[in-house]
Design a protein around this ligand. Structure first.
Ligand SMILES: *Cc1c(COP(=O)(O)O)cnc(C)c1O
Length: 211
């Protein structure tokens, strides 16, 4: 059943006219190890998780070094050690303090952590993410850190505003020619995201069902 849903999502991606490579991240938050294993058995390698404690339990239990784990939820700065230890990618970095800690803790784990800066692209009051005018400062800071590899940007658009938000994200990425990753697109706006240059889509509901 997961296999079918996963195939359907892969077909949706392929149907969108695009030239960039698109990585599918299966967002498995609140979903069981059994369901995640079904996805693994269907060939899925990249998984996204939002809640740290839940995620670490699952990552340890599944214990498969061929998988890539992406942390996509809000980050509490006192919880960064587990992120640096168990994840290969972090999509939701939005401040220097978190970068400083992730860098030190990645060094302790002798690894380089792949990082995306989450952008509050629609200037929403309540949303996490960096305001557009603060991005450049954070990019420059990340670039100085030896155990952080800054790859690009992530966003969660304001409901109903996906097309406009994604276009702004693409322009933002293009202003940093050495960055290549745009993490955008969820179950209900995957096609719009890919048409506008997404290179990582984060799909939960359409693979694992409603939460
Ligand atoms: C839950 C979540 C997703 C997946 O959303 P679906 O609508 O279930 O596909 C993607 N990105 C983030 C940041 C999420 O929290």
């Amino acid at each position: 059943m997961i296999a079918e849903r996963l195939n359907h999502v892969i077909q949706r991606i392929q149907k969108v006219d695009h030239s960039q490579k698109v990585k599918l991240i299966a967002v498995s938050k609140k979903k069981s190890i059994a369901l995640i294993k079904e996805a693994i058995n269907s060939g899925q390698k990249d998984f996204g998780e939002n809640y740290l404690q839940e995620a670490v339990e699952k990552i340890k239990a599944i214990d498969d070094p061929s998988l890539t784990w992406h942390f996509i939820g809000p980050i509490q700065s006192n919880k960064t050690a587990s992120i640096a230890k168990y994840f290969q990618w972090v999509h939701s970095v939005d401040r220097k303090k978190v970068l400083t800690r992730l860098n030190e803790q990645s060094k302790e784990n002798q690894k380089v952590l792949n990082v995306l800066i989450q952008v509050n692209i629609d200037d929403e009051d309540t949303k996490s993410g960096v305001m557009p005018e603060e991005i450049d400062d954070l990019v420059n800071y990340a670039n100085e850190l030896s155990n952080i590899s800054l790859k690009g940007f992530m966003c969660i658009p304001k409901p109903g505003n996906a097309e406009e938000s994604f276009k702004k994200m693409k322009i933002l990425l293009n202003s940093y020619p050495y960055l290549e990753t745009l993490s955008m697109g969820m179950s209900n706006d995957l096609e719009i995201a890919i048409r506008n240059g997404s290179t990582m889509v984060r799909i939960g509901t359409d693979i694992f069902g409603a939460r």
